[in-house]
Design a protein around this ligand. Structure first.
Ligand SMILES: *[C@@H]1O[C@H](CO)[C@@H](O)[C@H](O)[C@H]1NC(C)=O
Ligand SMILES: *[C@@H]1O[C@H](CO)[C@@H](O)[C@H](O)[C@H]1NC(C)=O
Ligand SMILES: *[C@@H]1O[C@H](CO)[C@@H](O)[C@H](O)[C@H]1NC(C)=O
Ligand SMILES: *[C@@H]1O[C@H](CO)[C@@H](O)[C@H](O)[C@H]1NC(C)=O
Ligand SMILES: *[C@@H]1O[C@H](CO)[C@@H](O)[C@H](O)[C@H]1NC(C)=O
Ligand SMILES: *[C@@H]1O[C@H](CO)[C@@H](O)[C@H](O)[C@H]1NC(C)=O
Length: 845
């Protein structure tokens, strides 16, 4: 059932961590995974056996029985290797100058065929000459396909194409044919994956209906499908080895949400028993998909006035199978007619009065209840038109049925292209969209029109790297954990969700000065939120009060001038991340420079630390804030196409939203760096004193490690709750970073921490946290950890805190996190004597 051997990275430390994770589990039923007969991973032109970042083993195609005429092909290593592209299977490729067929013996039946492409230069060839077609039996999967052009249009470094094909015979033939139209054309592929699959996407479960036509549609053995989107809505990405044995990759949905009104996401909802209906195989979708969801805000008045929207770019002239996954995971929603909503696809009504509890009842053959996963399939026909069109998925509360809550819910989406009558699945190569895609919401449903920014992404799924680190293990680990003897899976981390996303396109809204004036009531001083280097920040409301925003009004006399204004727009409009503050738009009119952001109701982190009337933040919350901010920075450093150095990391640039989610802000000083850590940008020194990397200050060489230094100072500031520079103190104490590092060295750091935290930090957690902070403020960048490591250590600190709390929790007693006894002497123990849980000790702390 479970395959330990596949996960080479499972080791004792991880075992222990998963064990800890299990002790803080949520209640989910165990899902049985599918066990594929065939599970073939071919690394084309690669080394004999390699393991990818997901722990799956690839074997080379060199000398394999699958190749016939190798003379027509050549193996080659990518001439350049983008550091964000995983080596397996993308480093090596097989290049074909003539038609070439892989013949893979299999058992007849339906298979997932996944093709992996990294459009680099191979064997001295120009990537843009890689134009070819791929066929399997009577199906054309790709035609006149340019991986380079597709990847460029999508801002991806590499691509994975997934098909589902029923194979009658005993051989699966995959044929590559270089284009006959282009004289220098060649074909290539980096990896081929074949996984047998059950027939879960066919018409077996009743007839499918075409949206807007009420006519039936049949998907059977002769239909081939191409998966183009697969999203874990409101949740984290799921890597193939964490799927249900089908090795599908689930992305999160953030990039596809249309507009700033992205509702509320519920992730890993606790205390909810998730129970699949008996008629539904548990491998249809993983529990992680059903245990996270997105719904609307708690305000019914706002909800009736908008739709929760996602936009998917699809190829014209094809039919699409759209599968929506639902599971009501909110404990207050238990009965029918509490949440009822309408579903629109491609501007047509796909479903009116969707009631997830009601549908669960149908599937159970009993009274509906929450915690029951269900799904619904729809077929959408996209007529001919421009090469790609947008398919909108819109959910709107149904008011006709007068449900008790005006709300909607969605847990997952899968979209498949269906082969046309010629057996073709290939569309035209997408073209980079250089225009600024500011568009209006579609006028469907009874929602009012609101102008929103959109994200347009090409129709192929971008490979997402899921690096194996421990983190968001709770849900993922617990339901796969089956007693001591069972195989523990290495669980992927949510914060890698943005890796390899690349920049999304510029999606900034333009405001008129009049709109800004209305929103801020003529820059009413009563709405003033603060004053920064750039100018004053006001609170405002746009879209008729539906959205609260913060408006930063540039001060023409400010030394942070036009350049910073433009940098901020440039940077933020291309980036989107849960832990970066979102720029909604800007106004550049009447010599005014105004930036409009999402409003962060809890303000800056600083104002919760010291010199404040606000209640002190509990330790656990501080840790979560640190992790959030670290994720934001980690994303800047590695998640986008280019490395971005923030340059001004400090507690006033870490903002907190109404749920205390930390968001990194203020990109006015940010710099793009050509590659990762090993190079630097030489630049005029800017930043804030007290946080500034001494190496950068001396050498004027900026690297991501400069941000790590500043972040280390932030960690100490959070721990000690004092200003980073306090000239009123004795000389050796003025600089927090130096003083804290000194105190750590002589073992008295616990004496200078925030008095509110005394006795509330678990000793192991404190050790880990302090050591991380100390390493961040090392004099030389080379001695500092990367944000990746920092994040890992912070995650680990939380785990240590939680496990300390757990171990103090007797049966039936409830010990609050703040009540863990404090044992100061233990901290002074030799830190290195502590057991290594992570196998990272040398390189991390
Ligand atoms: C479809 O294929 C499967 C396996 O190849 C077979 O068992 C099933 O009978 C086929 N269905 C139809 C309708 O031909
Ligand atoms: C093939 O693709 C290239 C690049 O997208 C395009 O310029 C060309 O027109 C296409 N040719 C055909 C026959 O579709
Ligand atoms: C696959 O290719 C082999 C050799 O090229 C051929 O003999 C065989 O008939 C093909 N099988 C199918 C199902 O097309
Ligand atoms: C190569 O394959 C393509 C597409 O399948 C076909 O049109 C072409 O005739 C083939 N060329 C040769 C030389 O077999
Ligand atoms: C898909 O292709 C198969 C085989 O070429 C064909 O029989 C079938 O009708 C096609 N499906 C659709 C929906 O056109
Ligand atoms: C759906 O509505 C959007 C927004 O008004 C519009 O841009 C799009 O063209 C519409 N799509 C179709 C197929 O009518």
């Amino acid at each position: 059932m479970r395959n330990t051997e596949k996960f080479g990275l499972v080791s004792l430390p991880i075992f222990i961590i998963l064990y800890l994770a299990f002790t803080i589990q949520v209640h989910v039923t165990l899902a049985d995974n599918y066990v594929p007969t065939e599970n073939i991973l071919l690394s084309c032109g690669g080394p004999p056996v390699t393991t990818d970042t997901d722990g799956r083993k690839w074997t080379t195609d060199v000398g394999s029985k699958y190749l016939s005429a190798t003379g027509n092909s050549k193996t080659s290593k990518a001439a350049t290797q983008d550091p964000s592209v995983p080596k397996v299977p993308y480093l090596n490729a097989r290049v074909f100058y003539k038609n070439f067929t892989y013949s893979i013996p299999i058992v007849a039946g339906r298979k997932f065929v996944r093709l992996y492409f990294n459009p680099a230069s191979y064997a001295g060839l120009n990537p843009s000459d890689g134009i070819f077609s791929v066929t399997v039996g009577s199906y054309t999967l790709l035609k006149n396909f340019s991986a380079a052009q597709t990847a460029k249009a999508m801002n991806c470094a590499f691509l994975v194409k997934e098909y589902s094909i029923n194979v009658d015979g005993a051989t699966l033939n995959i044929s590559f044919a270089p284009s006959t139209k282009a004289p220098k054309a060649y074909a290539f592929v980096n990896g081929i994956e074949i996984v047998s699959m059950p027939d879960i996407y066919g018409s077996t479960d009743g007839t499918l209906e075409i949206v807007g036509q009420k006519s039936p549609f049949y998907i059977g053995n002769s239909t081939a499908l191409e998966n183009i989107y697969r999203l874990n809505v409101g949740g984290y990405p799921i890597s193939p080895s964490h799927d249900t044995g089908l090795y599908r990759r689930w992305e999160d949905d953030l990039l596809y949400i249309y507009g700033a009104a992205d509702g509320v996401s519920y992730s890993g909802y606790p205390n909810m028993m998730i129970q699949y209906p008996p008629s539904m195989p548990t491998y249809v979708a993983p529990l992680d998909v059903y245990s996270s969801a997105r719904s609307m805000e708690p305000n019914a008045q706002i909800n009736v006035n908008y739709n929760l929207n996602w936009v998917f770019s699809v190829d014209s002239g094809f039919s699409y199978l759209v599968r929506l996954h639902f599971c009501e995971i909110r404990s207050i929603i238990t009965r029918i007619n509490q949440v009822v909503f309408d579903i629109f696809l491609y501007n047509q009504t796909a479903e009116s009065q969707m009631d997830v509890i009601g549908w669960a009842g149908v599937k159970l053959g009993a009274a509906g209840k929450n915690g029951v996963p269900v799904y619904k399939d729809y077929v959408v026909i996209i007529p001919n038109g421009s090469p790609q069109q947008d398919m909108w998925l819109e959910l709107h509360p149904n008011t006709v049925e007068k449900p008790t809550h005006y709300d909607v819910i969605l847990n997952g989406v899968e979209i498949f292209k269906v082969n046309d009558s010629n057996g073709n699945l290939a569309g035209l190569n997408p073209i980079s969209d250089v225009t600024n895609p500011i568009r209006d919401r579609p006028p469907s449903g009874d929602g009012k029109i609101k102008s929103r920014k959109a994200i347009i992404i090409g129709g192929v799924s971008c490979g997402i790297v899921l690096v194996l680190v421990i983190g968001f293990f709770l849900i993922a680990a617990s339901h796969r954990w089956h007693g001591k003897d069972s195989s523990a899976r290495v669980v992927s981390l949510g914060w890698h969700q943005e890796l390899e996303r690349g920049f999304t396109k510029n999606l900034c809204r333009h405001f008129s000065f009049a709109e800004i004036n209305t929103a801020t009531k003529n820059f009413d001083e009563a709405l003033l939120l603060g004053v920064g280097g750039f100018g004053k920040v006001y609170k405002g409301e746009i879209d008729g009060g539906a959205t609260k925003v913060a408006m930063k009004r540039g001060n023409p006399q400010s030394d942070q001038g036009v350049h910073e204004f433009q940098t901020e727009i440039e940077m933020l409009s291309k980036l989107r991340h849960h832990h970066l503050v979102s720029l909604i738009g800007y106004c550049e009119e009447n010599c005014e420079m105004i930036l409009v952001y999402d409003y962060m109701s809890h303000g800056t982190l600083r104002e919760h630390l010291y010199k404040t009337q606000k209640p002190p933040l509990p330790w656990k919350r501080r840790l979560e804030i640190c992790i959030g901010a670290a994720r934001g920075l980690h994303y800047l450093h590695t998640g986008a196409k280019y490395t971005i150095i923030h340059r001004d990391v400090k507690t006033t640039n870490i903002l907190l939203d109404e749920n205390w989610v930390a968001k990194v802000s203020d990109f006015g000083l940010s710099k793009l760096s050509p590659t990762l850590d090993n190079t630097h940008v030489t630049t005029v020194v800017k930043g804030s004193f007290g946080y500034m990397d001494p190496e950068y200050f001396l050498l004027q060489q900026l690297t991501t490690k400069s941000d790590v230094y500043s972040f280390g100072v932030v960690l100490f500031e959070i721990l000690c709750a004092r200003p980073v520079l306090d000239p009123t103190l004795p000389e050796e104490e003025v600089s927090l970073a130096e003083w804290a590092a000194h105190c750590h060295k002589i073992g008295i750091l616990d004496q200078i921490i925030d008095p509110h935290l005394k006795g509330k930090i678990a000793p192991e957690c404190f050790k880990r946290f302090a050591k991380t902070a100390v390493r961040c403020v090392a004099d030389q960048g080379i001695d500092r950890p990367s944000m990746d490591e920092v994040l890992w250590n912070l995650e680990f600190s939380v785990l240590l805190q939680d496990s300390a709390n757990e171990s103090h929790k007797g049966i039936g007693s409830k010990i609050h996190i703040e009540e863990v006894p404090f044992v100061p002497n233990k901290w002074k123990d030799d830190l290195d004597a502590s057991p290594t849980f992570d196998g990272h000790r040398e390189s991390t702390c």
